[in-house]
Design a protein around this ligand. Structure first.
Ligand code: ZN
Length: 397
């Protein structure tokens, strides 16, 4: 039995001053003791905040070898072009994935929602001490002859007995309604969560609202005008609403959906979801440093929190981030939204992340019987209860 005392114990939603966390030999949480005054011989004291292991709700391990290869601040359409252009020309994929996995462990991350286009990262994930939920990401680029769904289903059937797995649509600007609806049926059958890149740039909304904008041009504009245009086979319907207000009606009714990024999600979009789909269960995942890297943007974190939504944190991949570190994502959010409390930030990165991935029975909070991992945050500004530039996470258990 370990008795871990610290300046504060954060239990997944609240901070407890000078409390003691009791953990058994198997890493299982026993209890939190409050105001412990009589020191016992086996008690350890830490000058920091002790919290459950972090959940990284959005990553692409298989893009780890893209680190430092893609220019910053060029916007999403250009970012995508750069990723596609570099595909196949880089080496060292396996080593980069192993290093990224090790980096996340070191930074106190215990569970990851990870996007995969192929099975290339599966063995790294299966041999890791981190819990991975893998989302097999599908996109058909509006091509009605695409065999993408069949490809995904085959990959799913081969591996779903051995690892937590979903099929998932990439984004509203690369997936046809038919593909999203086929995935939705599959998700209802296998009862897994979905994850979709949502409203990461305004061009996605323009595509759905008015059949215009950079992404629409890239996907559908006449070939003669633009040699790089992806020759979509399906005409794009006129929906007249934002992407989220359109495709959310195609999602499975019984599965949890993770909306990722949301940099161009507005109150009207949230109201639409709340009024039209009160039973749709969903989480909003923000990846602030990735948005800063790609487009110098920040998600509307305060709006999402004010709506009492389940907001979780992701690092995104090393293609659009210099590190895979939840503390540095929280620091970016703290700087942009100074009114958000440290307890709220930590809740997003622990309890809410576990809720988003459906792993709350094991992860996210210090409750009896769970094995969420135990992380020490050091170098906290205790006077103002803020993270600092030198705040670090250290895995204790
Ligand atoms: Zn992503």
């Amino acid at each position: 039995m370990r008795k871990i005392k610290a300046q504060y114990i954060f239990d997944g939603s609240r901070l407890h001053k000078l409390a003691t966390l009791v953990v058994n030999e198997g890493g299982g949480i026993e209890t939190i003791l409050h105001n412990t005054t009589n020191e016992t011989a086996c008690e350890e004291f830490f000058n920091g905040i002790v919290c459950p292991g972090f959940v990284n709700a959005h990553c692409h391990l298989e893009l780890s070898h893209y680190r430092n290869r893609i220019p910053q601040h060029e916007g999403l359409p250009q970012f995508i072009k750069n990723v596609v252009k570099l595909r196949g020309s880089l080496s060292g994929e396996l080593e980069a994935m192993q290093a990224a996995d090790g980096e996340m462990q070191q930074n106190g991350i215990v569970a990851v929602g990870d996007i995969s286009n192929t099975d290339g990262s599966f063995s790294v994930k299966q041999h890791s001490s981190i819990y991975y939920h893998t989302f097999i990401e599908l996109l058909d680029l509006f091509n009605s002859n695409s065999k993408e769904f069949e490809y995904g289903k085959k990959l799913f059937s081969t591996h779903f007995h051995t690892m937590p797995l979903s099929l998932t649509p990439h984004a509203p600007y690369t997936c046809s309604r038919k593909l999203i609806e086929r995935i939705a049926l599959h998700a209802n059958e296998y009862k897994y969560p979905l994850s979709i890149h949502n409203q990461e740039c305004e061009a996605e909304n323009e595509m759905y609202r008015s059949n215009s904008g950079t992404l629409y041009e890239q996907m559908f504009a006449a070939d003669s005008k633009n040699s790089e245009t992806i020759n979509a086979k399906l005409p794009f319907p006129q929906y007249g609403k934002t992407s989220l207000q359109t495709y959310s009606t195609w999602l499975p009714c019984n599965s949890h959906t993770l909306f990722v990024h949301n940099t161009h999600t507005t109150q009207a979009d949230i109201d639409f979801l709340k009024h039209n789909y009160p039973d749709l269960n969903y989480s909003f995942v923000v990846c602030p440093q990735s948005n800063a890297y790609i487009a110098h943007e920040i998600p509307p974190f305060d709006v999402l929190l004010n709506n009492k939504l389940n907001v979780a944190i992701g690092t995104d991949s090393l293609a659009s981030n210099s590190k895979l570190n939840i503390v540095s994502e929280l620091l970016a959010l703290q700087q942009a939204f100074p009114n958000v409390s440290l307890a709220e930030l930590l809740t997003c990165s622990t309890r809410n992340g576990a809720q988003a991935l459906g792993i709350q029975k094991q992860f996210g909070t210090f409750e009896k019987g769970k094995t969420p991992g135990v992380v020490l945050l050091e170098h906290i500004d205790f006077t103002n209860m803020r993270l600092q530039n030198n705040t670090t996470a250290l895995r204790l258990i």
